[in-house]
Design a protein around this ligand. Structure first.
Ligand SMILES: Cc1cc2nc3c(=O)[nH]c(=O)nc-3n(C[C@H](O)[C@H](O)[C@H](O)COP(=O)(O)O)c2cc1C
Length: 368
């Protein structure tokens, strides 16, 4: 293992590792949820883990982020611990994937640790309580010290019935009052048929419907699109052209991979599902670089995949990302992950501060 030895890795992780991976995740989230009910505990976490510095601040699609490190979608699917996660030093939290109706997801076991590879394989299939249960419990806008993204996706049955678009539109309507930005998830490998929305014509149709709808409904929340890492370079360039033809605020790159790099050593690597963590890092960085090059830097990117350290984050920022997110690195490194990355970025001589102004979107009628 190349990981730093943190108190979490020495004491808490061995206990969590002895549990089924999904059960361990559930316990960790419940602990964070319990902590967040206590304002003193939150204040202590903030004191211990939050790094504030003007050089860490970023502005993306008109939204101010206190630092470039965020929690990727899937970690807090139901948005139960966002305040505790922010107190651990993350500048933004992406809740979800949230679907319109509650959904159980796939059969367990469905989350596997590849310890030797510092990776995870998941085939969860969007288990979540559904937007009507999740959204009312999120802290309202104006009371938050962090940026809250909401990652939305269709229910499995809607994809099967060819009605995925209706679900995205329903989720946009319902979640808009609380979201600082939306992530349109079209790249999870665990909902059959979802990734066909990554075909250029399908994506164009989806974005046309979405932006017609948001314009009619006067929803001005920035909308990002989350892509997977398994597209060819040509397909990715084609998608960049489609994305740039619409007022898309950013691309989130990338979701988990269906591929299995030859470097994998863990015997569980043959499990089915999306692979995340260390083995995804360079693949995701290459996707960020391609998007950045193909858009001449005009399409903002949020980089995600295999970020464990400040160096990993820095590589993604240098490849063209404005912000980074992580999930698997947080599982392996623990509560100090964001602080370590933010401190590490600050100690680097040069960190690219790629502030990006709000993408010009067709003004809403009431904007004047
Ligand atoms: C257990 C698990 C569940 C995930 N669930 C979601 C999800 O619901 N929606 C989504 O867009 N991405 C989801 N992801 C993908 C992550 O957001 C991220 O894109 C991916 O794991 C790569 O980042 P990482 O290497 O830092 O984990 C999930 C990842 C994991 C490991």
């Amino acid at each position: 293992m190349t990981l730093p030895s943190t108190p979490y890795q020495r004491f808490a992780y061995p206990v969590l590792r002895s549990l089924d991976a999904e059960a361990a995740h559930h316990h960790a989230l419940t602990a964070l949820q319990t902590l967040q009910r206590n304002s003193l505990a939150l204040a202590i976490l903030r004191q211990l883990y939050t790094v504030r510095h003007p050089r860490l601040e970023r502005t993306l699609f008109g939204v101010r982020f206190a630092n470039p490190v965020g929690v990727a979608a899937g970690f807090d699917k139901n948005g139960v611990a966002v305040e505790a996660l922010a107190a651990l030093g993350f500048g933004h939290i992406e809740v979800g994937t949230v679907t319109p109706r509650p959904q159980r997801g796939n059969e367990r076991p469905r989350l596997v640790r590849l310890i030797r590879d510092e990776a995870l394989i998941n085939r969860l299939g969007f288990p979540n309580e559904g937007m009507h249960a999740i959204i009312p419990h999120l802290p309202p806008r104006g009371t938050r010290t962090f940026v809250l993204g909401i990652n939305i996706g269709p229910n499995k049955t809607s994809v099967t019935a060819g009605r995925a678009i209706d679900d995205y539109l329903a989720a946009l309507d319902y979640c808009a009052p609380v979201a600082d930005y939306f992530a349109i998830n079209i790249s999870s490998p665990n909902t059959p048929g979802l990734r066909s929305l990554q075909q250029a014509q399908s994506l164009d149709d989806l974005l046309t419907s979405i932006f017609r709808h948001t314009s009619n409904e006067r929803i001005s929340t920035p909308i990002a699109v989350k892509l997977g890492p398994d597209l060819t370079r040509d397909d990715l360039c084609e998608l960049v052209r489609v994305l740039m033809a619409h007022p898309v605020a950013a691309v989130i790159a990338t979701n988990t991979t269906s591929s299995r790099p030859a470097s994998l050593r863990d015997p569980l690597a043959t499990e089915s599902g999306g692979l995340s963590g260390r083995p995804l890092r360079d693949l995701a960085t290459a996707v960020i670089r391609t998007i950045s090059d193909a858009s001449a830097g005009k399409l903002p990117v949020i980089g995600v995949g295999g970020v464990f350290s400040a160096r990993d984050a820095h590589e993604k920022l240098e490849a063209g990302a404005t912000l980074v997110q992580l999930y698997t690195g947080f599982v392996y490194i623990g509560p100090s992950t964001a602080r370590r990355i933010n401190e590490g970025l600050l100690s680097m001589k040069r960190i690219r501060q790629r502030d990006t102004k709000a993408v010009a979107r067709s003004p809403l009628p009431q904007d004047g």
